[in-house]
Design a protein around this ligand. Structure first.
Ligand code: PRE
Length: 277
């Protein structure tokens, strides 16, 4: 039996790797830095799926991930994966911190610890938590620390100075497992997922603000639960937006009706809900 191959971005030891290995232990590392480069691998067919961090429970939306969903017509969301993001402090010591390195998403997850233990340190954004650990592991001055997952201590031979520095002990990052649009046949979840558990991600780019009023009225009239709405500039024209709506129990016929209210409506995926209400 041919097993689907799943790719994750960046160096070893990231939370993206953790997410991919929750789906299959044989996940493939894509050494690239950009989501677009990873999608090229999906397009070439060297991977069947790619895990994309979309939202953190403390720090909110991963904006570059939504920009990827905005600009691509050939992707399908197969499922979502929730990964506990327990953040650790790695480095030489906590006495002389001048710089804190991590993925930008992490600073918002550890705001309280940073205010207390590194209030004057420079926050340095890296392409991943593992990259941050790799850089700090060669800091001979010992004045920088990295915030990353525990695995990075061993992977990059760096001292673990503190565990669970995230503000919320239940801190989690939600990942989407993307495939090419025509790859729906390899759906990772049973298509007959129980209706209460099935989530739908919609992408809408209204031509006129009044279209969004009609869309929201439609959701109310149809009693469709909206879980979240994220907006990004549409790049079609200034001050025009693309909206991403995640909702539950949304049917094909409702999607058809919605596209009559807003012509730029696309279903980006139908997947089992993994977020506890
Ligand atoms: O840098 C990593 O470890 C990643 O997997 C990326 C990422 C992110 O993009 O949000 C994923 C989970 C964590 O919230 C921190 C960073």
């Amino acid at each position: 039996m041919e097993y689907p191959t799943i790719g994750f971005l960046g160096p070893e030891g990231t939370f993206s790797e953790k997410a991919a290995r929750l789906v299959t232990k044989d996940a493939i590392r894509i050494p690239e830095k950009s989501f677009e480069a990873a999608l090229k691998e999906l397009d070439k067919g060297s991977i069947d799926y790619f895990v994309l961090p979309i939202e953190n429970s403390t720090n909110g939306a991963v904006v570059p991930a939504y920009d990827l969903l905005r600009n691509n017509e050939d992707i399908w969301i197969q499922r979502e994966v929730l990964v506990p993001a327990h953040q650790c402090v790695l480095g030489r010591d906590l006495q002389h911190i001048t710089a804190v390195l991590s993925h930008p998403q992490v600073f918002g997850q550890c705001a309280s610890w940073l205010r207390t233990f590194a209030p004057h340190a420079e926050l340095v954004s890296c392409s991943s938590t593992s990259k941050a650990a790799h850089i700090v592991s060669s800091d001979t001055a010992g004045t920088s620390i990295a915030i990353a997952g525990e695995l990075c201590a061993e992977k990059y031979n760096i001292k673990l100075l503190a565990r669970n520095v995230e503000d919320d002990v239940e801190n989690k990052t939600r990942f989407l497992v993307l495939s090419k649009r025509n790859n729906k046949s390899k759906t990772l979840i049973p298509p007959n997922g129980h209706p209460q558990q099935v989530k739908v991600m919609l992408r809408l780019t209204p031509n006129d603000p009044s279209e969004m009023n009609s869309v929201l009225t439609f959701f109310t009239q149809q009693s469709v639960p909206i879980l979240n709405i994220t907006q990004r500039p549409s790049l079609v024209k200034r001050w025009n937006y693309t909206y991403f709506i995640e909702c539950m129990n949304f049917t094909e016929s409702q999607a058809l009706e919605l596209s009559r209210l807003c012509s730029n409506t696309t279903v980006l995926g139908v997947y089992r809900n993994e977020v506890p209400f």
